[in-house]
Design a binder for this molecule. Structure first.
Ligand SMILES: Cc1cc2nc3c(=O)[nH]c(=O)nc-3n(C[C@H](O)[C@H](O)[C@H](O)COP(=O)(O)OP(=O)(O)OC[C@H]3O[C@@H](n4cnc5c(N)ncnc54)[C@H](O)[C@@H]3O)c2cc1C
Length: 476
């Protein structure tokens, strides 16, 4: 047995450390394996407390061993795949919900808490957490720290973190926000003195420290839901309609989609997906309106406003605002039936953030590049999701996506070539950020970001001078 394994066993107990090859290989790849080369860690370690995480980090810091924080491992971007081996720090044993505070509308959770666990506990208290459209087994801490796409994104935004307890690479502990003040009555405020240190540890895939606790926002539970769905041939018109919804703050969530993504969700069999082509036009928008018995009046007003906006637009879909298909209702209702998302094969996407009104320009450029690489336009999905803080379209989530056969080498290679060129193209098109980029994909953007990237790197070097935190994921 290696000296290191013995040290790790002293910290977390014999049953929580392994260097067994068979176990290590189970951590070596995820759904992105056609694009992110599989690699196994050298050890898997399962801490049970913050103190154990600190001791592991002190050891890794001293010995210069890479550490990959892993809270659920289903991030679909290769973000937990080692680039240099090291310790896979599997946080699933730290899975306590420490507080559900309906007065402060906040919860305190550990990283092993799943979205399902949190949502069901919250329901008992008449509240709900932010619910991403992902498998119920995702970690709330990992998801919120990366920021995501939520079923109520329009009203409540994508920012769900208030404050955090973080173990730094050298093993020291940092509290952010109001948690950082010794006599503060709780961790419920994001903003303490000085800069926003919570933000410093977000949107960085395990590269700055290990989050051991998080205080996250909660929202009122809504038990009444209504939808407005309409189809468009003209992407400009679809964007205009979404911006109108935003201007009047109508609905809790809204998404514009290419017909393919829409069909993917609710056609029962893969063979049926293509049948839907042209049924509602090229693009579909859906708006979810949610509330409770007490807010029914507001919901009715929202519905009427939304219908008016659609009726005054150039919509298609048989001249009707069509009813929300039942499977799409399920898609928007927790838990999501994610299996439908894989009907046409393995899922591939390049998501990014950019201005909403330019969607038609981005779409044209994307299409040109897609075709240039010999890819089939009929299998190119595209969706745009506006966010709370961008009601006016300042920032919007875009995703170009497809479903493919990963064993088809020719198809895989075409997607790799497209992706390489597209990462550069996204910047030329004026994007602000990639969304959870695959390891190495940031390299197209960093040299163009000037002092922004230099300062970011300097902060990273200060906090993690030996680059032991999930190396190769942002700075290569
Ligand atoms: C079919 C499908 C659909 C999805 N749809 C959506 C969607 O609509 N919206 C959405 O938001 N998400 C969606 N996702 C899920 C999303 O990919 C994950 O929730 C998210 O990336 C986090 O993944 P995870 O919980 O598995 O965390 P992990 O895979 O364990 O970790 C993700 C990253 O965070 C780091 N990390 C993990 N834990 C810690 C920690 N304690 N401290 C520091 N760093 C840490 C890891 O090192 C890694 O880099 C979807 C996923 C699938 C499979």
């Amino acid at each position: 047995m290696s000296r290191l394994v013995r040290h790790l066993e002293d910290i977390v107990g014999e049953e929580n450390v392994t260097d067994d090859e068979e176990v290590l290989w189970t951590y070596a790849r995820d759904q992105q394996w056609p694009f992110v080369p599989p690699m196994r860690p050298d050890y898997v370690v399962r801490p049970k407390s913050r103190e154990e995480v600190q001791a592991v980090m002190r050891l890794a810091y001293r010995e210069r061993i890479p550490v990959i924080p892993y809270s659920a491992g289903i991030n679909v971007r290769g973000l937990c795949i080692p680039t240099q081996g090291g310790i896979m720090l599997d946080m699933r044993k730290m899975n306590r919900i420490l507080e559900i505070n309906t007065e402060m509308m906040a919860c305190v959770i550990e990283p092993g808490v799943t979205i399902a666990q949190l949502a069901s506990e919250c329901m008992k208290h008449g509240v709900r957490p932010a619910v991403p459209g992902c498998p119920a087994t995702a970690s709330a801490v990992a998801n919120y720290s990366l920021r995501g796409l939520y079923h109520h994104q329009w009203k409540d935004g994508i920012e769900n973190v208030l404050s955090m307890e973080v173990v730094l690479p050298n093993g020291e502990v940092l509290y952010t926000g109001s948690w950082g003040f010794p006599n503060s009555p709780g961790p419920y405020s994001r903003y303490g003195q000085g800069p926003d240190l919570t933000g410093l540890f977000q949107n960085q895939p395990g590269t700055m420290g290990v989050i051991t606790k998080m205080c996250a926002k909660l929202f009122p539970y809504c038990d009444i839901k209504d939808w407005v769905v309409a189809g468009y041939d003209d992407l400009n018109e679809l964007v205009r309609v979404i911006l109108e919804f935003g201007k009047y703050e109508i609905g809790t969530s809204c998404m514009g989609m290419h017909w393919l993504g829409f069909a993917m969700i609710f056609s029962g069999r893969a063979e049926d997906v293509m049948e839907f082509k042209g049924t509602w036009g090229e693009y579909v928008v859906w708006l979810a309106i949610e509330g409770t018995e007490e807010t029914k009046g507001r919901m009715e007003w929202e519905r009427e406003m939304a219908e008016n906006i659609v009726r005054n637009s150039n919509y298609v879909a048989g001249g009707e605002i069509f009813p929300m298909p039942e499977d799409l209702v399920n898609e928007m209702t927790y838990p999501r039936d994610v299996a439908s998302w894989f009907r046409l094969g393995s899922y591939y996407a390049v998501p990014f953030f950019a201005q909403m009104k330019l969607a038609p320009v981005y779409h044209e450029e994307t299409k040109k590049l897609w075709l240039k690489h010999g890819l089939d336009y009929d299998t190119c999905g595209w969706f745009i999701a506006p966010f709370d803080y961008c009601k006016h379209g300042q920032s919007c989530y875009y995703e170009v996506e497809t479903w493919f056969d990963p064993t088809n080498e020719e198809e895989r290679q075409k997607l790799i070539n497209f992706t390489d060129e597209y990462h550069q193209k996204i910047i030329e098109m004026g994007a602000y950020a990639y969304f959870r980029p695959n390891p190495g994909n940031m390299s197209a953007a960093l040299p163009l970001m000037g002092n922004y990237a230099k300062l970011w790197k300097a902060i990273k070097d200060l906090i993690d001078p030996h680059d032991i935190m999930n190396p190769g994921k942002v700075f290569v």
